[in-house]
Ligand binder design. Structure first.
Ligand SMILES: Nc1ncnc2c1ncn2[C@@H]1O[C@H](COP(=O)(O)OP(=O)(O)OP(=O)(O)O)[C@@H](O)[C@H]1O
Length: 304
């Protein structure tokens, strides 16, 4: 195992009927990290995931995959060696409905150079996926779980989950997040999680890419994004006084207590004042930031 592949896109555009789904995208994904690909519905996440996996070719620009045993940068499109090292699991599953689960697993094992048979078995047990059943007889949640098993056991140096776990219920998704983190710690690789379940996955992510209408809104380490604002909670009057004049992303009031999320650098004097007033100060929530950065009014102003 290589520790993960790096990804580079250069001015990549894909259009459907003349309308860009991905629009002049310049992106870099560092190897060996868990990246979040966040965006509202229709922002281009699935189109980008398909480009990175070599499922489609850009209309303009280049997609390049490099590192690990591949060495120099190569386009994934129609390159069997590159694509054998990339695993894209989509919500649809791309599974052959008539085949029993067991046959799907054997097929995946034959295609995937880093396939881990034991991990596949452990995960199938964990998610209680019946291996003797045909795929078409599985519930939506079990199909999603099978997709997750295929993605994880592939141990592909670039593994992309495109909202593939949405069909799973909350406890199963929690199991997935825990299993992914544990396995990633054991076998580091480049993982891209495309999702709009921002709050759920935020603890997993090291880097975040936010798309809006096919364009890059921002790309940054999670900690840098969280440092773009702060959350303040405590007595409502003190919160109001300290945050007047700041851009408030979200506010919640419960009796005399208020909690707000504000954007912008909070200087040390203000933070000291907040703490001495008994307020709890924390980083900004990724979800609040995501909602703010992809809000339609701001996007129209070109606030990217
Ligand atoms: N095969 C296609 N034919 C026509 N338009 C398409 C096709 N695939 C995607 N689009 C359009 O491209 C845009 C981006 O779609 P895409 O599926 O990449 O977004 P997404 O962020 O994955 O959305 P969601 O979160 O809803 O799955 C949308 O406007 C969508 O309607």
């Amino acid at each position: 195992m290589s520790g993960g592949l790096a990804v580079r896109t250069e001015n990549v555009t894909v259009r459907f009927g003349g309308v860009p789904a991905v629009d002049g995208l310049d992106l870099r994904l560092a190897p060996g990290k868990i990246h979040g690909l966040l965006g509202r519905n229709g922002s281009g996440k699935s189109t980008l995931a398909a480009l990175l996996a070599g499922f489609r070719r850009p209309d303009e620009g280049r997609v390049l995959i490099e590192g690990g045993d591949l060495g120099a940068a190569r386009s994934p499109y129609e390159d069997a060696v590159v694509t054998s090292r990339i695993c894209l699991i989509r919500e649809s599953g791309d599974l052959y409905d008539q085949a029993p689960v067991k046959r799907i697993l054997d097929y995946a094992a034959s295609l995937r150079p880093y396939w881990d048979h034991d991990l596949a078995g452990e995960l199938l047990d964990k998610f209680e996926v019946p291996v003797g059943k045909r795929v078409q007889k599985l519930s939506r949640g079990k199909r999603s779980a099978l997709g997750v098993v295929l993605g994880m056991a592939s141990r592909a140096p670039l593994t992309i989950f495109d909202e593939s776990y949405l069909g799973m219920d909350v406890p199963s998704r929690e199991l997935f997040y825990d299993a992914l983190l544990a396995d990633y710690a054991e076998v580091p690789r480049t993982i891209l999680l495309s999702t709009h379940l921002v709050s759920e996955v935020s603890a997993l992510l090291e880097e975040v890419v936010i798309l809006d209408r096919g364009r890059l809104v921002t790309q940054a380490p999670v900690d840098t994004l969280r440092g773009r604002g702060a959350s303040l909670a405590g007595p409502a009057a003190a919160v109001d006084e300290l945050t007047s004049g700041l851009a408030v992303l979200a506010a919640q009031r419960l009796g005399g207590t208020k909690s707000v999320t504000v954007l912008g650098d909070l200087d040390d004097a203000l933070l000291a004042k907040a703490r001495s007033a008994g307020l709890e100060v924390g980083p900004v929530g990724l979800q609040d930031l995501f909602v703010h950065l992809t809000a339609p009014a701001l996007s129209k102003e070109g606030n990217r």
